[in-house]
Design a protein around this ligand. Structure first.
Ligand code: PEP
Length: 250
């Protein structure tokens, strides 16, 4: 079962296989077996083989940053969820705002990917969040609700899933949401999940915050009732910064 605090690393398009290997060697030497279940890694696709070598036999969660909606065929440049699964992955990121804004991923594709990831017995970590324009025009809750409902359209709620609330204006900008701003959206998401799937499922579903999380701001955010952990980009690239985020939560 997934447990709090949960801290996930999105390496985006950083690190070659050698650098990934060195990271994991260092990281694994600094955490205990019990702590492993609190972490997930989403390395670039090209690093999934070495990630498999390093993490397959640990309790750490890991998988791809993105998979395609089909499992095989003439889809040049895409990554098959089946292949990711065959390496031993147990979790995949889906709907990251960079996928949505830079590569035109829409809610329909996100929903198909969520479904496929679950069919392959991996856990989807589903990213949702509003842009700055949407927040400034008072549309945050509408945007988050629509993204959430559409992403979960065909969800198998008997299987685990994770929601990552990532306000787009906070990703990679150094501009973190205040704990209160994040908490009101997390609470909103929790209530929506409750309406969709009932209280029991909602209580065990992790809702992570993402957007410029650093060792300095993690503890204050984590004090909020509905923030169960973090999805971390930039600060996950260095072992010590990433571990400092985790350690700040105790
Ligand atoms: C992310 O990539 O999901 C993210 C939250 O990035 P950063 O921590 O760099 O803002």
């Amino acid at each position: 079962m997934l447990k709090k605090p949960f801290v996930a690393a999105n390496w985006k398009m950083h690190k070659n296989p050698q650098e990934a290997t060195e990271f994991f060697n260092d990281f694994l030497s600094k955490i205990s077996i019990e702590q492993m279940e609190n972490f997930a890694f989403f390395p670039p696709t090209i690093d999934l083989s070495v990630t498999s070598e390093k993490l397959k036999k640990t309790r750490i969660y890991w998988g791809a940053q993105n998979i395609y909606t089909e499992t095989q065929g003439a889809f040049t440049g895409e990554t098959s969820a089946e292949v990711v699964k065959s390496l031993g992955a147990n979790m995949c990121l889906v709907g990251h705002s960079e996928r949505r804004s830079l590569f035109g991923e829409d809610d329909d594709q996100v929903s198909k990917k969520v479904n496929l990831i679950q069919q392959l017995d991996m856990t989807p970590m589903i990213c949702i969040g509003e842009s700055l324009v949407q927040r400034k025009s008072g549309k945050t809750f509408d945007v988050v609700e629509v993204q959430l409902i559409k992403a979960l359209k065909d969800l198998d709620s008997k299987k685990e899933f994770i929601i990552a609330y990532e306000p787009v204006w906070a990703i990679g900008t150094g501009q973190v949401a205040t704990p209160e701003m994040a908490e009101e959206v997390h609470l909103f998401i929790r209530e929506k999940l409750s309406g969709l799937f009932g209280k029991a499922i909602t209580e065990k579903t992790l809702i992570l915050y993402g957007g410029s999380v650093k060792p300095e701001n993690a503890a204050e955010l984590y004090k909020q009732k509905n923030i169960d952990g973090f999805l971390v980009g930039g600060a996950s690239l260095k072992v010590d910064a990433f571990l400092q985020i985790y350690r700040a939560l105790f």
